[in-house]
Design a protein around this ligand. Structure first.
Ligand code: ZN
Length: 334
C-alpha cells in the first residue's frame, strides 16, 4: 500500500485548519490498519489536541492500534506544552510504525520525537518528498528557522511596467488591475497577519488595508516611517490600529523604534506582535528594498493589458514565472 496516498490525506486534513493554528503548525494524521483508514484527525487550533491525539481517539476499536501504522504530516512532538507529547502517546498505545511527512525543526522537537519513537522500538519512515509538507507550514518553518516573519510581496503594474501614474496627493490612485485581481488581492490579505506600507503610501492612498472583498480577518497594518510622518486623518481610515516602524518615539500606539532602512534588524521584532506572515504592499521603493535585501519568500504580480506611458516604475524582480490570467490581467506568482 502506498505511503504517499495516506500522507496526502494527512495534508488534506491539516489544511482544514488553514489560518487557525498560529503560532502552531498545521498537522494532519491518519491511522491505517490492514490498508484501510481506521482513524484520522487534525490540529484545529493552538491549545487544542494535536493531530495524532485526534486520530488515535477517533479509532473505534483501540485494540487494532498495536497492528496499525500512524501517518502524520509533521514529526510527532516530544515536549510537554498545553498537551502531553504525542510521541509518548504513540509508544503508550504501542503503535508499531510511524510514517512522517517532514521533520519538525522547532527547537523543542527537532528529531527528539523520532528519537523517542525509535528508542521504544517503533519503526519510523519519512516521506521520500518532504517538499509539500514543508510548504504546508512554510510560514511556521520560516519563523522557527530564520527567526523572522514570512515575507510576501504583491503589486499590480501596467503593461509597460508602472505601478502608478504621476499624480497629485489628493488624486485617487490609478486602478491598474481588474476587479478579479482586487478580489484575489484581498484573498492574499486574508492569509497574512500584517500588511506593511510606507507612511508616504498611507498619506497618498489613504487605504483601509481591509479584506472587504473577501472573507477573512483584517490584518494588522504596519506603517514604515522613514522621512514622512503619517497623517492622523489617513490613520483614521485604517480598519485596525497599526504598528509603527522607524524613529517614531513621538507616535502613540504600538511601535518598533529603529532605523527603518535596515529591514533585517527590525523584521524579527514583528514576531513579538504575533505577525508571523507579513504582506508588503508598497510603495514600489519599499517592495524593492525587500527584494534587494533578499527577504522575499513569496510574491504576486498582476500585470494589466493597459499601458499608462509614464509613472512610478514597478519593482524589478527576477523570478521563475508561474503564469495565469485573472480577468483581463496576467497573474504571476512564486
Ligand atoms: Zn504533538
Amino acid at each position: 500500500m502506498s505511503h504517499a496516498k495516506f500522507l496526502t490525506r494527512c495534508l488534506q486534513l491539516a489544511n482544514y485548519a488553514k489560518g487557525r493554528t498560529s503560532p502552531n503548525p498545521m498537522v494532519g494524521a491518519v491511522i491505517v490498519y490492514n490498508g484501510k483508514i481506521i482513524g484520522e484527525g487534525y490540529h484545529h487550533k493552538a491549545g487544542d489536541p494535536h493531530a495524532e491525539v485526534m486520530a488515535i481517539e477517533s479509532v473505534k476499536d483501540p485494540s487494532l492500534l498495536v497492528s496499525s501504522t500512524l501517518y502524520c504530516s509533521l514529526e510527532p512532538c516530544a515536549h510537554y506544552g498545553k498537551t502531553p507529547p504525542c510521541s509518548l502517546l504513540i509508544t503508550d498505545k504501542q503503535i508499531p510504525k510511524v510514517v512522517i511527512g517532514c521533520s519538525d525543526t522547532h527547537e523543542l522537537v527537532n528529531g527528539q520525537g523520532v528519537k523517542h519513537l525509535q528508542s521504544h522500538g517503533v519503526e519510523v519512515l519519512f516521506s521520500s518528498d518532504p517538499i509539500p509538507f514543508r510548504k504546508l507550514n512554510q510560514v511556521f518553518f520560516c519563523n522557527k528557522e530564520r527567526n523572522r516573519p514570512f515575507v510576501t510581496i504583491k503589486w499590480a503594474q501596467s503593461f509597460d511596467g508602472y505601478i502608478d501614474r504621476i499624480r497629485k496627493i489628493n488624486e485617487n490612485a490609478s486602478l491598474i488591475s481588474s476587479p478579479l485581481a482586487a478580489i484575489k488581492s484581498h484573498q492574499i490579505r486574508s492569509e497574512v497577519d500584517g500588511i506593511l506600507i510606507s507612511a508616504k503610501t498611507l498619506n497618498w492612498d489613504r487605504p483601509s488595508l481591509s479584506t472587504r472583498n473577501y472573507n477573512g480577518t483584517n490584518p494588522r497594518p504596519i506603517i514604515l516611517v522613514n522621512n514622512t510622518l503619517p497623517d492622523s486623518s489617513a490613520l483614521d481610515h485604517l480598519s485596525v490600529p497599526p504598528v509603527f516602524i522607524g524613529n517614531v518615539s513621538e507616535l502613540e500606539g504600538d511601535k518598533i523604534i529603529c532605523d527603518p532602512y535596515t529591514i533585517e534588524k527590525w523584521l524579527p521584532e514583528l514576531l513579538n506582535y504575533g505577525i508571523h506572515h507579513v504582506l508588503v504592499e508598497g510603495g514600489g521603493q519599499v517592495i524593492q528594498s525587500f527584494v534587494d535585501s533578499g527577504l522575499v519568500d513569496q510574491w504576486h504580480r498582476f500585470t494589466s493589458i493597459n499601458s499608462i506611458n509614464e509613472g512610478v516604475t514597478a519593482p524589478k524582480f527576477d523570478a521563475p514565472l508561474t503564469m495565469n490570467t485573472l480577468g483581463t490581467d496576467r497573474y504571476e506568482r512564486g
